[in-house]
Design a protein around this ligand. Sequence first.
Ligand code: AMP
Length: 214
Amino acid sequence: MRLVIFGPPGAGKGTQAGLLEQRRGITQVSTGDILRAAMDQETELGRKAKSYIEAGELVPDALVRQLAEQAIADEGYDDFVLDGYPRTEQQAAWLTEFLTAHDTPLNAVVSLDVPDDELVRRLSRRRVHADTGETYHLDHDPPPEDVDDDLIVQRSDDKPETIRNRLNVYRDETAPLASYYEDRGLLVSVDGTGGIEEVFERIVEVLESRAHSA
Ligand code: AMP
């Protein structure tokens, strides 16, 4: 199945894409994870991306296009869930063109709906494991007690000023993609509030009912 998981920062895209990979064998392709790994390894891509990411801005389209297309090609064009790509109309147009050229169009775009105040609460309390990238929420899903506290860190773009900027960038640049995909009959909206398992069940349900009605 070829999917995009779509929604604002903090909606749970990474968490749900991770579950789709673990439980359904659909490979998660996260441009954010690829960029963060490049930053950690101080590659040329990482150096170019760093200032944008830390300011909560989008990395230039051409840079992410290349890495998303490479990741899809590595995956063999089937069974992937794009998490964090596309984020602009230009990226969406390129993705459509790329997948059409390989005769592997998207099956669905799952939009996770979460109100703004809940997004800010989630992002400001989010922490990650510095080595594994595992994410936690200090209130609802705290790190296990045996994990060394020094390894539990806040993403540099989860600071309050940057969170606000990321939400503005989302509203201006990314949110309009919902109508792009709605017009193509691909958008399915899922309530992204509540527990992780609850949201996962909703996603599986909408994907199954879509597959049956196809
Ligand atoms: P994420 O982990 O998906 O929240 O992405 C973290 C940051 O990486 C974003 O705030 C952007 O700076 C950058 N990024 C990730 N994906 C993209 C994309 N598709 N287009 C532009 N920038 C991106």
